[in-house]
Design a protein around this ligand. Structure first.
Ligand code: GLA
Length: 376
């Protein structure tokens, strides 16, 4: 569907925002921890035009449903479905006091949905940079402004869509740069660019989309967040960022103890990974990725057989390290591999999936890519 076919006019421009994978630092953003995501070449593209009557019309080239209504009608729960992610950004920016105009907006190509690569954050952030441009807000021109946009995208997801996510994905889609991972400190929202030029080191990052989503466990994300908050309260700290492994060992409830153990050890693994990247010892991050996966599987219990199989198979075939990435319960794993071994490792992952009776995974070779921007 073209913009003209959808709305009977031409767009004012096109904007795009990337999906992400997280190199390490999983399920710690809502514990004020550290994470290290990178933006993907896969992007969600929107075409948009400003309207002066305060109305919003949303369409998608891939979804049959759309939404149309006044800006004032947007709020928690409205609109439902995919349009909530887009409209929610308008609502959040308005709520923050920005003059948001009406808009006609068509979603075109998207980050593969359901693959754990943050297609929802990519949609939010593409809308955010489009509105920023159309309203002349000027926020996308600085990291501080992009931080403000990321906050609005997160509020859209938390409050309009009702998903209690932690903010890493929106920060990644807006603040990542090419050839870098983003060291995001979720305590104060500050971020540093960490060089990650894998190709220059002869390495490749494989993304293994398991093509499964265990939707029956949707409420589990919120349960993990609750456990992390309960553990912090039991330890008398504001967040688990302020707790050490020795503190965590004193938690009496065995489930809370394992959840908290994951969080505090994962945060320290991020610190170790960043030190290695700064020393250009990328190959040595493999064992940290492996330890992260074991912790997510055993202590945090957010992996699944398809992810475990992808991780084990890539390691057996020679990956330097591998782990699930993102929220878990399906979605994608990542593996850092020697570039000349990538094809062999990808084949081994496919064979392992077939033997286990899992769906055939989709394999992507990715490079750290730029954040959301207007397309020229
Ligand atoms: C999802 C959420 C993020 C983060 C990850 C786990 O992607 O959207 O905020 O919590 O899970 O690290």
């Amino acid at each position: 569907m073209s913009f003209r076919a959808a709305f009977g006019r031409e767009p004012d421009g096109w904007w795009a925002a990337p999906g992400r994978v997280n190199l390490i630092g999983e399920h710690v953003d809502y514990a004020a921890g550290l994470c290290l995501p990178l933006a993907l070449p896969q992007r969600t593209v929107v075409a948009a035009a400003r309207r002066d009557d305060g109305r919003v019309r949303l369409r998608s080239a891939t979804e049959p449903s759309g939404w149309e209504g006044p800006l004032d009608a947007i709020g928690p729960g409205t609109p439902a479905g995919w349009a909530g992610y887009a409209a929610g950004v308008l609502w959040a920016l308005r709520g923050a006091g920005y003059p948001v105009p009406g808009i006609d907006l068509l979603v075109g190509d998207t980050v593969p949905p359901g693959a754990g690569l943050s297609s929802s954050a990519a949609l939010e952030c593409a809308v955010a940079v489009a509105v920023d441009d159309l309203a002349g807000l000027g926020l996308a021109g600085s990291d501080a402004g992009r931080t403000e946009l990321a906050g609005a995208c997160r509020r859209a997801e938390n409050e309009v869509v009702g998903a209690p996510t932690g903010g890493m994905d929106q920060a990644a889609a807006l603040r990542c740069t090419a050839r870098h991972a983003l060291l995001l400190d979720c305590r104060d929202g500050s971020a540093k660019q960490v060089p990650l030029d894998l190709a220059a080191e002869g390495l490749t990052l494989l993304v293994i989309d398991t093509r499964v989503r265990h939707n029956l466990v949707d409420g589990q994300y919120g349960q993990r967040r609750d456990a992390v908050e309960q553990a912090a309260a039991a330890l008398g700290v504001a967040t688990l960022r302020d707790a050490a492994p020795a503190d965590v060992a004193q938690l009496r409830d065995p489930v809370l103890r394992r959840r908290a153990h994951h969080v505090v050890t994962e945060i320290s693994r991020v610190g170790e990974a960043v030190t290695l990247l700064h020393r250009r010892q990328v190959r040595r991050i493999g064992p940290l990725l492996d330890a992260s996966h074991a912790s997510l599987r055993d202590d945090y219990e957010v992996s699944c057989p398809e992810l475990d199989s992808a991780v084990t198979a890539s390691r057996h075939a020679g990956a330097l390290g591998a782990r699930m990435t993102g929220g878990g319960f399906g979605g994608s794993a990542i593996a850092v591999v020697e570039a000349d071994a990538a094809a062999r490792i990808a084949a081994a992952v496919r064979v392992a999936a077939a033997r286990a009776g899992h769906p055939e995974p989709a394999l992507l070779h990715v490079v750290p890519s730029p954040g959301a921007a207007r397309l020229q």
